[in-house]
Design a protein around this ligand. Sequence first.
Ligand code: CS2
Ligand code: MG
Length: 380
Amino acid sequence: MEIRHADVLLTRPGRNYVLVRLETADGLVGWGDATLNGREKAVEAALAEHVLPELDGRDASRVEDAWQSLFRGTYWRGGPVLDSALSGVDTALWDLKGRAAGVPVYDMLGGRTREYATVYTRCGAERVDDIVENAEAALDRGIDHLRVNVGSGDTYLDVARVVDGVNEVRERLGPAPELIVDVHGRAGPREARRIATGLEPADLCFLEDPLRPENKDVFADLRQATTVPLATGELFTDPWEMRPLIEDRLVDFLRVDLAHVGGITAASKLATVAEHHYVETAFHGPPDLSPVGQAASVHVDLSVPNFGVQEFTDYAEVYGDAVTDVFAGGATLDESVGGLDVPDDPGLGIEVDREAAREYDYERSHLPTVRHEDGSVADW
Ligand code: CS2
Ligand code: MG
């Protein structure tokens, strides 16, 4: 299992993805997702210049040792760029390990604890009428966990609009569907308290990223103030960052991103810590996570006992042929249960067509910086 070729591939089949490709001396190939939305070139350079050269000649079967040596062994640890690079390598190593053993990755994580991973889908829009229409379309597809954000991502927080809009959505959809609202790390403590308490009548499954991520202590105040279940983690790029929130039971759901937090190794260990504190998983699954990252997330979802829900992106629906040109296999939605499953193939069960990927050139893009009316910077 000697690593012979370690490459990074930047491709844009609909949007930019950073993929790690590891090939062993006996010709096995493993893939991992290292995409960091808007900072793809920084991760590509970290991989090409610093991380991948260190893997040359190493034993691919030593996944944990690779993780430790890339995270701790390099002195400069953590941060979104280095941890995305580490995530891509870790996931590719698990893929290789599964392919070498002839078993799916979830089998190496302890085996299935469930038949599928229940998903939530995004139904947000500016107008309540459109949210309800999106929600009904999702329910028709068998998905009953719905994210019903009111307003778009680039308007800063309008608390009254969010509270009134989501409560109206609940009234119109009735009590059955599970509803989720993403505050997107935009709120300070005062706004978060108003949103959470204002949304208590909507009986949410959870409120996602209710607070800016810097100061974890503020979650304790919010926890005291509301009965609404809380979730966070997509902005955390270091597994240790979630620890106080899990240990003090300040959140109900762990929402880390497998392409940022340290791959399958970090996510499955964190899930185990969370299990002991009755915290469930709800891994990040936006369109900027590639189908390789989605497949990796579902392998962990299927194996952990404390799975909650998986955020879902339907790549073929959003990006059409471009995505199916490049990726084959991976997670698929079973509409009869509203859940994702992965093939029983060895490894992650997803193939990447390198030649096709090279046809889709990277384009520079970045997330917007939004400002309040007075010109000061707001959280996007
Ligand atoms: C969002 C993301 O899906 C989510 O939960 O918060 O779409 C987020 O905006 C992007 O991943 C940012 O790159
Ligand atoms: Mg989010």
